[in-house]
Design a protein around this ligand. Structure first.
Ligand SMILES: NC(=O)C1=CN([C@@H]2O[C@H](COP(=O)(O)OP(=O)(O)OC[C@H]3O[C@@H](n4cnc5c(N)ncnc54)[C@H](OP(=O)(O)O)[C@@H]3O)[C@@H](O)[C@H]2O)[C@@H](O)CC1
Ligand SMILES: [K+]
Length: 449
């Protein structure tokens, strides 16, 4: 059992991977049931457990876990929503020699195991299931979900009436629902149980980046020169510039950035932007934080886009059709409002929308939020486990843009740069703790490198 990591598979991809594994479904269900029993043993600390079993293979996992837990001496009972409908679940229920109660009048227990529905859920939970599920979950001390909390959309993270779990044990691989809101919040802590199915996908969970330390031959330019362009709100660009410097850029130039800045950051005027962009040593440009929407601001955005420099576009620089297959590495960092302004409401999940937008504009997109999604043209995407909720404060987006600039400047490809930036940002927030403000991220960033 490991923290959420690795590939992210849709329900259909998971099904294909099960078949491709060449391992019998019976064996896979035995392994899933065993992993579930171990989780209940570990997190439930031997307290009495009630296992809710549904009609499909998710329910089958529940019956198998119940049999093992009973053999290990746990006081375990089962309540089912109906008879099993799959061959495997029928066999798993037949192997359970205890009683099977009715979900509607099940008695609560300190440990509740939710094995009603997993990847096979297709619609809203009916009231006759949702009502007892919520009643029993509210009365339990701990709720452990098998694969997914019953009542979330596996692929889009929609809430179809699920009860909140404290622990969700995902079998074989994470699914989008473990990382997309609102489902992610209903999962509690997500753990993966590897059951021997090899998973390959172009969507994965954000991982700690490999950030090499500077070597003996490095100097300020090899470590990366970043330009940050300021505007009407100088504090925002100051946060970006300082974040770029604190996340390892060798040389940071603030163009039109005024106010409190570390002495290490070089200041130049706005009218030096064009000349500076011609400097072949520039490895990344960050424009947008606190820029404003004046004509002059727009001209500067156009200059930056027309340059051959790797580019991070944030805040005021984000507009519909602002970039279109720009040849140099490009990262856009919209929050939900900016994303909708740029790409419309769109259909599908946040993952689908971000991937479509990345394909549309030919750039890497960090679609920020409580379930940040990073996507690049061609379908590669990364889903991010929830970061500190204290990040929802002014200026944190400016810091992220600056870190992304530093990651491009150190030579990462755009998708890797975006992932590294989001990871550093969330790690700095974790270290900054409760009540943090954007400036605190700057203090913590060096500890994350
Ligand atoms: N990953 C792996 O390698 C392995 C995965 N395994 C496990 O298999 C699980 C997937 O199993 P699954 O495909 O049988 O689907 P599952 O979620 O049990 O439910 C389907 C049933 O629910 C019904 N139904 C759907 N929605 C409903 C609703 N709202 N309200 C009421 N009913 C609803 C649906 O009925 P229908 O839509 O056909 O009317 C059907 O009868 C997976 O999550 C994991 O736990 C392991 O066992 C083996 C290795
Ligand atoms: K479940």
């Amino acid at each position: 059992m490991i923290p959420v990591s690795g590939c992210v598979l849709t329900a259909a991809q998971m099904h294909d991977a099960e078949i491709a594994s060449g391992i019998s479904l019976q064996k896979l269900m035995d392994r899933a049931g065993c992993a579930l029993a171990e989780a209940v043993w570990r997190f439930g600390s031997g307290r009495p457990a009630l296992i809710l079993c549904g009609p499909g293979n998710n329910g089958g996992d529940g019956y198998i876990a119940a049999r093992l837990l009973a053999a290990w001496g746990v006081d375990v009972s089962i309540a089912a929503s109906g008879f099993p409908k799959t061959e495997l679940a029928v066999a798993a229920r037949a192997a359970w020699d205890g009683l099977v109660g009715n979900l509607a009048n099940a008695q609560s227990s300190p440990v509740l195991v939710d094995a009603l529905f997993g990847t096979g859920l297709t619609r809203e939970l009916p009231a006759e299931i949702a009502k007892p599920l919520h009643r029993l979950a509210n009365a339990a001390e701990i709720v452990i979900a098998a694969d997914l909390p019953s009542g979330v959309g596996t692929d889009d993270g929609r809430d179809y009436g699920a009860a909140r779990a404290d622990i969700t044990l995902a079998f074989a691989a994470a699914k989008p629902a473990h990382l997309l809101q609102p489902a992610a919040s209903l999962c509690g802590k997500v753990r993966i149980a590897h059951i021997g199915v090899e998973c390959v996908a172009n969507v994965s969970v954000l991982a700690r980046p490999h950030l090499a330390q500077p070597g003996p031959t490095d100097h300020k330019y090899t470590r990366g020169m970043v330009i940050v362009v300021g505007g009407t709100m100088p504090g925002a660009a100051a946060l970006s510039a300082t974040a770029a410097a604190r996340s390892g850029a060798g040389y940071v130039v603030g163009i039109g950035v005024t106010g409190d800045l570390p002495h290490a950051i070089v200041r130049r005027d706005h009218d030096e932007l064009a000349n500076t962009l011609d400097d072949p040593r520039v490895r990344a440009v960050v424009i947008g934080p606190g820029l404003g929407r004046s004509d002059r601001a727009r001209e500067m955005v156009d200059l930056a886009i027309a340059s051959p420099c790797p580019l991070v576009l944030d805040g005021d620089a984000l507009a519909p059709n602002v970039v279109n297959d720009r040849p140099a590495p490009t990262i856009l960092t919209p929050h939900a409002g900016e994303f909708t302004r740029m790409f419309g409401d769109g259909d599908g999940s946040k993952l689908d929308r971000t991937r479509a937008a990345a394909d549309h504009c030919g750039a890497t997109i960090i679609f920020k939020g409580a379930d940040t999604v990073i996507a690049s043209p061609g379908g590669r995407a990364t889903l991010c486990p929830p970061a500190s909720a204290w990040l929802s404060t002014a200026g944190t987006g400016d810091v992220l843009a600056g870190i992304a600039g530093a990651m491009l400047a150190r030579g990462f490809a755009p998708h890797d740069a975006a992932c590294a930036a989001v990871w550093l940002h969330s790690e700095a927030a974790r270290l900054a703790g409760s009540g943090m403000i954007a400036d605190d991220l700057l203090t913590q960033l060096p500890r994350c490198l």
